[in-house]
Structure formats: structure tokens, C-alpha cells
Design a protein around this ligand. Structure first.
Ligand code: ZN
Length: 270
């Protein structure tokens, strides 16, 4: 258990999980979900579905001035605040930035998270993205979605959740800047119209106040919030929408291939 383990934001577990359809989003770092997926999560939440959030890392490298423990504590509070806007439970799996690797220990933690969420839909990073942390998180979530129903897969963690009944629907949100690791365009399979919830998505990302200064120094990106808005505009332009979030469904063997997301939100597939 780390300092940010099992943080619960929102009201009560029952109020967040009373819905029939359950959704889990897993990002590598605090703020990844907000950048690429939060609009869709707001739409699903508005539909009455339960949403649960997790980040693999605590965000310990997200500062050039503060030591790891201090910035992790700040970022845990920011992530809690952001999750509360969705009335979503939030868990940090307490790995460290730039050292996320699919190993048995990480897989066990992600499987446990999937089992606790018992989700119908899981969102995570695209398998190929600019940062290896994102790619390893994607692999871990893909593997966990496959392993979570297996009765003989023991996580070895305290108070384990039971195996889930089936492999959930798995969707990858778009890679950063909608580009692959060589800078080539990486269009998504489908786009969700997030225009109606852009202000709420912006408000959720704004909870991560510590990151604006850090990104300015590390990436030369100012206007943290504007970068997200431009990303949503860019995805929208590919789908004839003002603002969108792009997704690609994992449809390999054993994963459900019906596009269940299209049953719940407005989806465009160019
Ligand atoms: Zn990230």
C-alpha cells in the first residue's frame, strides 16, 4: 500500500456503483484520463453508469522543483478532486513515472482493480503512444482484462476481489496528438462527440494545477488546458464534429467485438 492507494473520491461507493453498466478507465499518470477520455466518461456518467478511475503511477516525476514525495501528495489530491467531479472512485496503483513495466506485480494490481470494478467497458491508452509508460499501461490493462475472469489467477493481494464473469469490452483512447511514435497520423476507429461536455472536461483537467508549470518546462507546452481543447478539436475535425475523443476497440480473440459504446453515446465512425 502506498500513500495514494485506494483513494476514494465521490460520495459513497453505493452512490457511484448503483448503475447496471460499469466503466473503468486506467491511465498511466494523473491527468491522462482527463486529456483523452474524460468527455466520454462524463457522457456515460450522465447516462447513469458507474465510472471508476485508476492511474498506474503516482506522478512522482511531474515536477522540476518538488521532490517525489511532495509532488506525489499534491498530485494525489488533484486526482481525487478531478475524480470527484465524475463522482468516481479513484485508485492509484502506486508505480513510479518512467518505470512502468508489465511485470507480475503490476499485472496483479491491475487485475485486482479490474475485478473490483467488475466493468462492462474498460478504457486505457492506445498500444502505441509517445511514452513507454502509456504503452506498458495499455499492455497491462489488456492482459488484466483477459486474466480477471480466470479463477486460478490469484493476485496474492489482501482482500482480493472475486474473478469477473467475462472479458470486458476494451477501448483504447487515441495516442497523444493523434500521432504514432514516429509522428505519423494515427486516426481512431470511432469518435465520440464530446462537445456538450467540453466545459466539464476542461474543469476536470484544470484540477491538475501542478502540471501546467511542469509541462511548460518539460515539453515547451504552455496553455495546458488549451492543448487539450486543441486535441479535442483535432479529433473532431477527423469526424466532422466540433470536439471529439477518438477510440479504437480491441477486437482480438476472446475480447467482445460488438461496439457497445455506440449504444450509450453518440459515436461517429468515418
Ligand atoms: Zn501520461
Amino acid at each position: 500500500m502506498g500513500r495514494c492507494q485506494a483513494v476514494f473520491a465521490g460520495k459513497t461507493l453505493a452512490s457511484a456503483w448503483g448503475a447496471a453498466v460499469k466503466v473503468l478507465a486506467v491511465g498511466a499518470h494523473p491527468d491522462d484520463i482527463e486529456f483523452m477520455c474524460a468527455g466520454t466518461l462524463f457522457l456515460l456518467r450522465e447516462a447513469g453508469f458507474g465510472v471508476r478511475l485508476a492511474t498506474v503511477s503516482a506522478g512522482d516525476c511531474g515536477s522540476a522543483e518538488l521532490p517525489p514525495d511532495e509532488i506525489m501528495a499534491i498530485r494525489a489530491r488533484e486526482a481525487e478532486e478531478a475524480a470527484a467531479l465524475l463522482d468516481a472512485p479513484y485508485t492509484c496503483l502506486d508505480e513510479r513515472d518512467c518505470r512502468i513495466f508489465l511485470a507480475p506485480e503490476l499485472l496483479a494490481k491491475v487485475v485486482e482493480e479490474v475485478r473490483r470494478a467488475d466493468p462492462d467497458i474498460v478504457f486505457t491508452h492506445f498500444p502505441q503512444d509517445y511514452m513507454v509508460d502509456h504503452e506498458e499501461t495499455s499492455r497491462a490493462v489488456r492482459s488484466a482484462a483477459f486474466s480477471a475472469p480466470m479463477p486460478n489467477f490469484s493476485t496474492g493481494l489482501a482482500d482480493p476481489a472475486p474473478p469477473i464473469a467475462h472479458v470486458p469490452h476494451l477501448y483504447y483512447w487515441a495516442p497523444m496528438e493523434l500521432k504514432d511514435i514516429l509522428g505519423r497520423p494515427a486516426p481512431s476507429q470511432l469518435y465520440v462527440d464530446v462537445g456538450p461536455v467540453m466545459e466539464r472536461k476542461r474543469e476536470m483537467l484544470a484540477c491538475h494545477r501542478s502540471q501546467r508549470d511542469w509541462l511548460l518546462k518539460q515539453h515547451g507546452v504552455d496553455e495546458y488546458l488549451n492543448a487539450m481543447v486543441e486535441s479535442a478539436k483535432g479529433a473532431g475535425a477527423l469526424a466532422g464534429l466540433d470536439y471529439a475523443e477518438g477510440f479504437t476497440q480491441h477486437r482480438g480473440h476472446a475480447y467482445p467485438s460488438d461496439n457497445v459504446l455506440a449504444e450509450y453515446v453518440k459515436v461517429t465512425a468515418p
